[in-house]
Ligand binder design. Structure first.
Ligand code: HOZ
Length: 424
């Protein structure tokens, strides 16, 4: 028996479903997880010694690749001086300054331990600030596993076809209003009916949890205008997009200033870090300055902060356009391979992230469209790629990511693997 199978069997006995986050169980693609022993650069290695080119990259954080020397050294140095203090340290000030400098809409930022904590806290703050209850989220956008944000969520909830989830009382979701991504008129209608009660709109400015879905022209701008008109806050969930496409947020690419921004993934360099921040006059409502309570024993953890500082330090001096052109070449090679063999696909692609939808549709612009693509073929594709030593997300409702560590040889190997995929 392989070590992965053995570990999975042991895990099933003591961990629900054998995993600590559902999608990685690979259930929806009809297989079992492979246990990973180590990662280096663009590759991960299983406990059985198999090597995979990694296009998951821990679901986004590892834009520098696995075990980047500067990140490793920075985290190592930090841990030698202690792993947690429960008291302020210099590293949290440095990372906060780096974030505020990179994302101008963030004047003050609070560190937390995950993207889930960031969105949960940002919404509490928005409700406390506006003294309103209702929030608007989009079908297929995923903002972590917060009770009131799990309604019509993408990512794992969509992957496992869970309509809502037991354990979340109806009373909790009754203040969550749902609109379709890219449908500004739908949001306008919600505001017409209940605008005075809406505390905030939370949105992934480029959606990454129903597969990659870019915003249509005017969508984000429309949300900005509408929220301003009604005195609601606009929250950008940039947990995936922050520092992924540019050194900063995609808000700077689209030239839209949200009131609050949630971050995670890349800013922690692979450690459990989240953050939320925004305009000074809103952030000052947080305890201990204000009365909206939020806290965390491990928040601003010195080792995690050190990894984040090193990651942003390297990124600041990196050329995003190189990563972008590498990924464009890869996507072009995949596209032409499918087109030549008349396998109908639409590939949504921005910078170093993309999703392959098996579909006759020319465009996939929201969750309803993503959900009607051929996920069975995607499952076969996942297994084929894994058998070809390329690791992609075990769900069609996630993004594939590239990193600065991927090279031309990886690109050729991935393209070769795609070329051998037989849809039958
Ligand atoms: N839902 C997560 C990504 N969007 C998956 C996390 C994981 O399984 O590690």
């Amino acid at each position: 028996m392989s070590r992965s199978i053995d570990l999975y069997n042991r895990a099933l006995n003591v961990i629900p479903g054998g995993v600590n986050s559902p999608v990685r169980a690979c259930k929806s693609v009809g297989t079992r997880p492979i246990f990973i022993k180590k990662g280096k650069g663009s590759k991960i290695y299983s406990v059985d010694g198999e090597e995979f080119i990694d296009l998951v990259l821990s679901w986004g954080p590892l834009i520098l690749g696995h075990a980047h020397p500067e990140v490793v050294e920075s985290a190592k140095n930090a841990i030698e001086s202690g792993s947690s203090f429960g008291a302020p340290c210099e590293a949290e000030v440095i990372l906060a300054e780096m974030i505020c400098e990179a994302i101008p809409s963030i004047e003050k930022v609070r560190m937390v331990n995950s993207g889930t904590e960031a969105t949960m806290s940002a919404i509490r703050l928005a409700r406390g600030f506006t003294k309103r209850k209702k929030i608007v989220k989009f079908n297929g956008c995923y903002h972590g596993h917060v009770d009131h944000l799990l309604a019509k969520a993408g990512s794992g909830v969509a992957t496992l076809s869970i309509p809502g989830t037991p354990g979340v009382p109806e009373d909790i979701v009754k203040n969550t209003l749902i609109a379709e991504y890219n449908d500004l008129d739908g949001v306008k209608n919600l505001f017409k009916q209940q605008g005075e009660d809406i505390a905030c709109v939370i949105v992934e400015p480029i959606a990454g949890n129903m597969g990659l879905i870019p915003p249509e022209d005017g969508f984000l701008n429309g949300l900005r205008k509408l929220t301003q008109e009604y005195g609601s806050l606009l929250i950008f969930d940039e947990v995936i997009t922050g520092f992924r496409f540019t050194y900063g947020g995609v808000q700077d690419i689209f030239k839209i200033k949200p009131d609050l921004t949630c971050l995670g993934k890349i800013i922690g360099g692979g450690f459990p870090v989240g953050a939320f921040g925004g305009a000074r006059e809103i952030m000052e409502h947080l305890a201990p300055e204000g009365d909206v309570y939020q806290a965390g024993t491990l928040s601003g953890n010195p080792v995690a902060m050190a990894a984040g500082i090193a990651t942003l330090g390297v990124l600041k001096n990196s050329d995003y356009s190189e990563l972008e052109s590498y990924t464009r070449n890869l996507v072009d090679a995949i596209k032409s391979s499918f087109t030549k063999r008349s396998i109908p696909t639409t590939i949504n692609h921005i910078g170093s992230a993309f999703t392959i939808f098996f579909t006759e549709k020319e465009r996939v612009t929201n969750f309803k469209e993503a959900a009607t693509t051929d996920v069975n073929t995607f499952s076969k594709f996942f297994i084929h790629m894994r058998n070809s030593n390329v690791f992609i997300p075990p769900s069609n409702f996630e993004c594939m990511f590239t990193s600065l560590a991927h090279d031309i040889v990886d690109l050729e190997k991935i393209a070769e693997a795609v070329q051998k995929f037989d849809i039958k």
